[in-house]
Design a protein around this ligand. Sequence first.
Ligand code: NAI
Length: 469
Amino acid sequence: ATKVTKICCIGAGYVGGPTCAVIAVKCPHIKVTIVDLNAARIAAWNSPDFKLPIYEPGLEQVVREARGRNLFFSTDVDKGIEEADLIFVSVNTPTKKSGVGAGSAADLNYVELATRRIATVANSSKIVVEKSTVPCRTAESMRTILEANSKPNCRFDILSNPEFLAEGTAISDLYNPDRVLIGSLQTPEGKAASDALVSVYANWVPTDRILTVGLWSSELSKLAANAMLAQRISSINALSAICEATGANIDEVAHAIGYDSRVGPKFLKASVGFGGSCFQKDILNLVYLSESCHLPEVAAYWRQVVEINEYQKRRFSKRVVDTLFNTITGKRIAVLGFAFKADTGDTRESAAITLIKDFQSERALVNVYDPQVEHSQIWADLQEASPLIPLDSIKKQVTICNSALEACKDAEAVVIATEWKEFLEIDWEAVYQNMNKPAFVFDGRLLVDADKLRKIGFKVTTIGRAEVA
Ligand code: NAI
């Protein structure tokens, strides 16, 4: 098998950056170059004071260890391709916004452009690895493009190696993955390419956790894994609505269900709804795939996971309005957290965006605070959510604050949208003193101790629990 000595990763985002930085740390004998067309992003990866473009616990230490040794960040995509014997394609694959499959199919434009670039630039044989999440059989299209455009004596072997890291725990997930999945054609050449990639991961991943399968199974497994995970969240969230109506407690129900070893306790936490760049996009992708395969019942089944998620967000903002005596017009609402989950600065598809938009349409005043998200990102997201409202008008209704305490000052209600640990450590007594009364807390993440807050004087509403009289 090819011995991998130089790796290039196209795409320096949430996946390409951490994944290949960890490969560099674990494989000092391999030169790893991460390239991206986005010069600002590359500059941030290269910044002397390690102000990296993404926030991820432990990432800075990894980059400090390897950068300049065998880890490099560059905008010179062509040079990265030329040098490498193995290339990860780790570009974005968002949901299509227009054309055939708009709203559900994956936009493969970036994957195709990167693939064409590889075909144009490569002067020697390469192993090309799909790292991006792609629809089943994308590897086939990549191979066709590469073969139709390659120079003589250039061989391309395509592998699928989907990434299972979760933002917020990316580094520990990469250091100690549940599994690494590698798909290849079941030909001698395909298997040899697969062996080459196995030998990279085998530097730190136990070989019984490196699964080698066929290409199409590998591609589909990534969509299936995300669909199953999101389905657990939508299932528990659907049950939380029943709890609120009946007086059952969703935490107790989840605990009881999770004790069944076939179900397991993880990922059963009710919330205001899942966010992030992947769950919704990948399920919609699976829906589109099912429809393309003429399986409308299967498509409808998976689509419902996304619909319950939308329902959960709407249900939560309606509960805020209902509880505040059916109107929040002119009232100040403090939204704590803007990232889609704790320990990341990523805001893609964050539930907070939907909540704030709902509060805006009710003509409330919103104070937002998040410990990691840049203010410019919050403005960009709110503008994108309400394209018809000028940013100036949005800024009249929304204020970004620099601490939770500041955000809660003179507010009628506090809404916890992200489960940041620091919200547990807030001086809730001080928050209470500074708020208008009655002071309401809406816990969208089952984060705070509701009884403790009630003792201070708050009126607390929690997902999956009936109102306390
Ligand atoms: P991202 O948007 O953070 O990063 C993608 C990067 O690729 C961008 O910086 C973009 O400038 C660059 N790029 C696009 N086309 C390029 C080209 N032709 N040449 C050079 N650079 C190019 O996206 P992210 O979150 O890293 O996701 C990448 C893929 O990984 C997606 O398919 C996603 O579904 C998948 N994935 C994401 C996970 C996550 O937690 N974010 C987890 C697992 C998979």
